[in-house]
Design a protein around this ligand. Structure first.
Ligand code: TYM
Length: 318
């Protein structure tokens, strides 16, 4: 029997997870793994997070939060290899090898780098190099499918270029070319100000917000005063309720932004309540996350080491 295609994806443990992460990527992890058609590897991108989050206490806490979130949304640890990027040394080793075959001008064209530069930040080498570590994450496991939001599309393209370049230089088909899996309707989930929902824009609705928190965030959604349908409210609302139902509701409440926002709070709260309850349950017992990460570490290390054997052979150090 042919092996199932590999699915790889990860989330950075920086800041609270938000519903953009959920609808844009994490929900697809669940749907795709439930189908049983893929061999899924889902990880916590902690070394990527280190670029911006340099606080040990926070790092430890947020790593656990991501694993609990993965479980709470319905990923099954029996079906998925869950691991922490930092538990698998092959990621950083392969990143170095990719560094040596990639040019600076090529990486300078990356959107994330250009955005960081435009903000006039003192960019660290890790941020510049981010796409190489991401290429290693994906290529180590021969991923065919990478479920992500639209903001990661260029990173997958860079990953494909890097795989092709390596195979060409070292004259061996060591790496498989992955495809992004981006759902068009949730490719870019908007935040409370209508821009892409993003921790760095301060416009998020947290995935595990309490009802009070939800209320606060929803009331802050920017609405223009020109009457009719409040587009920023509607854009978030359609993630949790069918557009058929919403058409009628928004017509009946035309111009009544307060009522529509109250209803959005209700709907978000009802939609995420079971996930929140599951998360709170998991938070009671640290050993669950520990056991999952220990198992994932073993599995991911074994597989990635086998791949590194081929890589080291191809480049001539073994
Ligand atoms: P991160 O941690 O920023 O985000 C996790 C996932 O959530 C998606 N996402 C969104 N989707 C739609 N609308 C939004 N507003 C929105 N905001 C975030 C992101 O596209 C992402 O899929 N570089 C990655 C982490 C990573 C990774 C990987 C992913 C590291 N290595 C290998 C896949 C494969 C990142 O920063 O995601």
């Amino acid at each position: 029997m042919a092996e199932k295609p590999v699915l790889v994806s990860g989330v950075k443990p920086t800041g609270d997870l938000h519903i953009g992460n959920y609808f844009g990527a994490m929900r697809q992890f669940v749907e795709l793994t439930r189908k049983g058609e893929y061999r899924p590897f889902i990880f916590v991108a902690d070394y990527h997070a280190l670029n911006t989050m340099q606080d040990a206490e926070e790092m430890r806490r947020r790593i656990r939060e991501i694993v609990m979130a993965y479980l709470a949304i319905g990923l099954d640890p029996e079906q998925v290899v869950f691991f922490k990027q930092s538990d698998v040394p092959a990621h950083t080793e392969l990143c170095w090898i990719f560094d040596t075959i990639t040019t600076m001008p090529y990486l300078m064209r990356a959107h994330a780098f250009k955005d960081a530069e435009a903000k006039n930040k003192e960019i660290n080498v890790g941020t510049f190099n981010y796409p190489m570590l991401m290429a290693a994450d994906i290529l180590l496991y021969d991923a065919k499918v990478v479920p992500v939001g639209a903001d990661q599309k260029q990173h997958i393209e860079i990953t494909r270029d890097t795989a092709e370049k390596f195979n060409r230089i070292f004259k061996e088909e060591v790496f498989t070319l992955p495809e992004p899996y981006i759902m068009p309707e949730v490719a870019t989930v908007p935040g409370t100000d209508g821009q892409k929902m993003s921790k760095s824009y301060g416009n998020v609705i947290p995935l595990f917000a309490s009802r009070d928190e939800l209320h606060k965030r929803v009331m802050s959604i920017v609405t223009d005063s020109s009457g009719g349908r409040p587009e920023n409210v509607y854009a978030i609302h359609k993630l949790v309720r069918s557009e058929n139902e919403l058409e009628t509701i928004y017509q009946e409440n035309e111009g009544n932004y307060k009522a529509l926002k109250e209803l959005l709070v209700e709907d978000l709260d009802a939609y995420f309540a079971p996930i929140r309850a599951e998360y709170e349950e998991l938070a009671k017992d640290d050993s669950i996350v520990d056991a999952i990460l220990a198992k994932g570490k073993q599995e991911a290390r074994a597989l990635s080491e086998a791949k590194m054997g081929l890589v080291r052979g191809a480049i001539g150090v073994a």
